[in-house]
Design a protein around this ligand. Structure first.
Ligand SMILES: [Fe+2]
Ligand SMILES: [Fe+2]
Length: 287
């Protein structure tokens, strides 16, 4: 379903301008969906499907990440002076809390043993928001591809996959909102402070890369496993043997498909898809 408005225009608008900020908050608020994780009708699973679901290696990591992200984003609404952008960030915080509630409901229904940490207390509103946002740009790009593989593999009931479709769509909106917010924030700074802001973002992105590699190693089962091994393992976990080359192609395709539903005047996340595109071109297809 396309969520491009009827009066869709392709004319570029200046990042950080009142029109850009209005479009940004409006797109986000208009595409919010209502659903209640506590009222989900979880589909029955066969013993094999249940084993496959509970055996996925990322549930605990997802719980930890959603705890940090939901509390960070909720608090970050205080950063904004623009009332509509503030409302959009608060709504994003609500959606992140809902992801955490969805994970709790899933764990309770299928008896997945997960530990739910105490609510994360942000230390620095802006730094934490930037850290969470850049982290989502990495995670979501790969989540789009892995979700498509899980959906198309037929190894999970379609009704279960459907439960997570709104989460994927929310992550598209979150990263789309985030990259535009970062650009608008930078554009509002006096010119002499913009370089420092860029450097700060660069430092946070590098920190996220390092933390992703660490997480991938621990999920991969030990320090000797590389992040690439984890990615390959992840395909097997969702039942689809695939090369890294194939995974990158799926992630790129899904990213383009999902992003294509939104107003072209908004900036797109570029860093992760660009790295993936370079890797896709460089890597041999058999890898
Ligand atoms: Fe989330
Ligand atoms: Fe998110």
């Amino acid at each position: 379903m396309s969520v491009v408005p009827a009066d869709f225009e392709t004319t570029a608008i200046r990042v950080g301008s009142p029109q850009h900020k209005q479009l940004l908050s409006q797109f986000f608020i208009d595409t919010h969906r209502e659903y209640d994780p506590e009222k989900i009708d979880w589909p029955p699973l066969s013993a094999e499907e249940l084993r496959r679901l509970t055996g996925l290696p990322f549930w605990q990591e997802a719980v930890v990440t959603e705890n940090v992200t939901s509390n960070t984003v909720t608090a970050a609404a205080a950063l904004e002076s623009d009332p509509q952008l503030k409302r959009a960030i608060a709504m994003q915080g609500f959606e992140e809390q809902r992801h955490a509630r969805l994970l709790a409901a899933l764990a309770a229904h299928y008896r997945i043993p997960l530990e739910f940490p105490a609510p994360y207390a942000p230390r620095d509103l802006e730094d934490d928001f930037l850290f969470a946002g850049f982290g989502e740009c990495f995670d979501s790009f790969f989540a789009f591809g892995l979700f498509a593989l899980a959906r198309d593999s037929g190894l999970f009931p379609a009704a279960l996959v459907e439960v997570f479709e709104p989460v994927m769509e929310e992550e598209v909106r979150h990263i789309l909102f985030f990259v535009n917010w970062v650009k608008a924030r930078r554009a509002e700074l006096p010119w002499w402070r913009r370089a420092a802001f860029r450097l700060r973002c660069g430092r946070i992105i590098l920190k996220q890369v390092a933390s992703r590699v660490k997480t991938a190693r621990s999920l991969g089962g030990g320090a000797r496993k590389s992040s690439e091994n984890f990615t390959l393992t992840a395909h097997r976990d969702i039942g689809t043997p695939m090369t890294l080359h194939g995974l990158l192609a799926t992630c790129l395709r899904e990213n383009d498909r999902r992003m294509g539903h939104y107003d072209a005047r908004l900036a797109r996340p570029r860093l992760v898809p660009s790295i993936a595109r370079v890797l896709y071109r460089l890597l041999p297809a058999r890898l």
